[in-house]
Design a protein around this ligand. Sequence first.
Ligand SMILES: NC(=O)c1ccc[n+]([C@@H]2O[C@H](COP(=O)([O-])OP(=O)(O)OC[C@H]3O[C@@H](n4cnc5c(N)ncnc54)[C@H](OP(=O)(O)O)[C@@H]3O)[C@@H](O)[C@H]2O)c1
Length: 247
Amino acid sequence: MELKDQVVLITGGAGGLGHAMCHRFAAAGARLVVGYRSSAAAAETLAGELKGGGHSARPAPVEDSHRLAELAAEIAAEHGRLDILVNNAGITRFVAHDDLDGLDDELIDDIFRTNWRGAFACVRAMRPLLEAQGGGLVINISSIAGVTAMGSNIAYCASKAAMNTLTMSLARALAPRIRVVSLSPGLAETDFVTGLDQAWWDEQSRRTPLRRLASPEDVARAALAIATDLKFSNGCIIPVDGGRPLT
Ligand SMILES: NC(=O)c1ccc[n+]([C@@H]2O[C@H](COP(=O)([O-])OP(=O)(O)OC[C@H]3O[C@@H](n4cnc5c(N)ncnc54)[C@H](OP(=O)(O)O)[C@@H]3O)[C@@H](O)[C@H]2O)c1
């Protein structure tokens, strides 16, 4: 119960990785605010089944800064504190890197609005609450695509590279009251990347030195470790990728 009575907001909390992180943080004693955009029912169900009490599901569309300010006020009124923000909300769509026309302006803007601007906007909105605790933490769910430039499309890779520099900039700017860390999964077993056949997934496992993809539980355990054990880590990128960039 290392996070007993701490309050954790996870954006995209009802998604594949978010779901696992909510369970892991709740099991450590935290009260969860499960942020959602479209998955209201799934988020409500999740909040109801988490271990412990005081959990809630809240609309948290990260492109809507006005709503994020409201959410900060709701968290302050209900809990009086926020200890950890996990910027997990993200989108992508598979577009081959040589298909430049397939990566249209609308998709590029959607990806950056959600994956980068949304993460920044969440920190901006939650900063006063996180600072008030004196030991606030932001975990940015990045991707190895932000370092390898291999991923579902070129804009997605760039958005995660930009998230990594966001982590470094904010870690410097918000220290010592708030730590900021990127958690960088390799390809994980969720519904995030769609439209690819089983042979492609098998090939990705085969190319990973540990011979499997990341599980949501791998990512959740790493996120919890950042909160509980890696207390002197700040402004860095923690990989959870089975060594995939080595091959
Ligand atoms: N799965 C992978 O292979 C992998 C690898 C590396 C990094 N990642 C990163 O891990 C994170 C979570 O991915 P996942 O695998 O769990 O995918 P997922 O199951 O598709 O979950 C994505 C979540 O993001 C939320 N979301 C999307 N747009 C949003 C917005 N505008 N505002 C608020 N929430 C929004 C969705 O919420 P609603 O359902 O409520 O709309 C959903 O819960 C993403 O940032 C992704 O880039 C994933």
